[in-house]
Design a protein around this ligand. Structure first.
Ligand code: APR
Length: 171
């Protein structure tokens, strides 16, 4: 039975098979969690990313974890929030599905996600929490893998929102 966890913390410190990065289409680094992951993983990550040729919004690419405890880093590009009428929900759901597909293809048992698109890209927290929890639950019900999906929230408000949405949807 696959599980979902929501914790506060720094995704770069997670001892899981794969962590997911909220990247941009260049895959050449940035601020927020992207910046934290590149700082912790070291310069070889950027070298590996250069070879990938970017990634369209809603899709994902996988690299090694380099200096991170995680074996892999899955880079996905979330939508920039533009009010909700430009396909943002579909793109965000696609980020989670694409990331989990790559994780399953590599046999990952444990995967950690940040709150994709909820920082610089401005996606409203509650809408993102409702959509991402529903999408991941569907994926785990359908495929049974990975065994554990953990949201790692750097931000107290994001943590509280995911916990509230999770509690209200399982009660
Ligand atoms: N661990 C976990 N979560 C983190 C960390 C961290 N070390 N650092 C930041 N976060 C959280 C933020 O608090 C936010 O809730 O990640 C969530 C996503 O925020 P961003 O990193 O700003 O990502 P996003 O909103 O998807 O914007 C992506 O920002 O950094 C650039 O290159 C990136 O252009 C891309 C854009």
């Amino acid at each position: 039975m696959s599980g979902i966890e929501i914790v506060r913390g720094d995704i770069t410190a997670q001892e899981v098979d794969a962590i997911v990065n909220a990247a941009n289409e260049s895959l050449l680094g940035g601020g927020g969690v992207d910046g934290a992951i590149h700082r912790s993983a070291g310069p070889d990550l950027l070298e590996e990313c250069r070879g990938l040729g970017g990634c369209p919004t809603g899709q994902a690419r996988i690299t090694h974890g380099h200096r991170l405890p995680a074996k892999y880093i899955i880079h996905t590009v979330g939508p920039i929030w533009r009010g909700g009428g430009a396909g943002e929900p579909e793109f965000l759901a696609s980020c989670y599905r694409s990331s989990l597909t790559l994780a399953r293809d590599r046999g990952c048992e444990t995967v950690a996600f940040p709150a994709i698109s909820c920082g610089a890209y401005g996606y409203p927290l509650r809408k993102a929490a409702e959509l991402s929890l529903a999408t991941v639950r569907e994926e785990l019900d359908e495929h049974g893998l990975p065994a554990l999906v953990r949201w790692v929230m750097f931000d107290e408000e994001a943590y509280r929102t995911w916990v509230e949405v999770q509690a209200s949807s399982t009660s």
